[in-house]
Design a protein around this ligand. Sequence first.
Ligand code: SAM
Ligand code: ZN
Length: 216
Amino acid sequence: MSYQCPLCHSVLSLQANTWRCENNHQFDQAKEGYVNLMPAHHKGSKNPGDNQEMMQARRLFLNTDHYKQLREEVIRHLDEQLPEHAGQLLDIGCGEGYYTSEFTRLNARHPKLAVHGLDISKVAVRYAAKRYQECHFCVASSHRLPFPDQYLDAIVRIYAPCKAEELQRTMKKEGILVTVTPAARHLYQLKALIYDGVRLHDMAPEVIDGFDLIVD
Ligand SMILES: C[S@@+](CC[C@H](N)C(=O)[O-])C[C@H]1O[C@@H](n2cnc3c(N)ncnc32)[C@H](O)[C@@H]1O
Ligand SMILES: [Zn+2]
């Protein structure tokens, strides 16, 4: 596998727990196994993304498997649509890795598939890497994916932001994108406790430049 250097965009390779590029930019592999590829000057705030409290709450909730059915649906779509010799899958905004880890089940039919998780929240990635050692996790923004051009066979995005240009740049020509976005009444009751008027989410299928809709 290879990451792209976030500073000069050349290839990073791993030597003795440090990812290095030809221009000698260096990024250490943390003891949990993830790499932080988010230079300080790319951050909009000191600790971007979800914080520790949010992460713990999400993990507690996801541990109850209320979202297992959704996870199974995503895996079913991937299994049906993944190109035969798929080698690289990325989960954008992977959070604490609840979905990412189960994507390794696709290895049964795609033995060469490497599963990556990326999130802008360092605490989320630390949680994920500690628990799910079989995946490759990095801290980075979906607005600057640290992967070479046309590198990914599949990208998954579950309730997370992305940038169309970066999806287009990093995705192989025959690659597939699976997105999960909120249904009209997602978290409606919770929002009704806070807001006077709750707006419903738009259910129209998302149109992303450069991609054709295969399944709605
Ligand atoms: C609603 S959570 C969804 C997490 C996970 N996919 C799930 O469904 O459990 C959104 C995630 O996107 C991350 N995030 C927000 N902005 C991001 C960005 N620009 N790049 C990468 N991740 C981002 C947050 O830190 C958070 O973990
Ligand atoms: Zn570099």
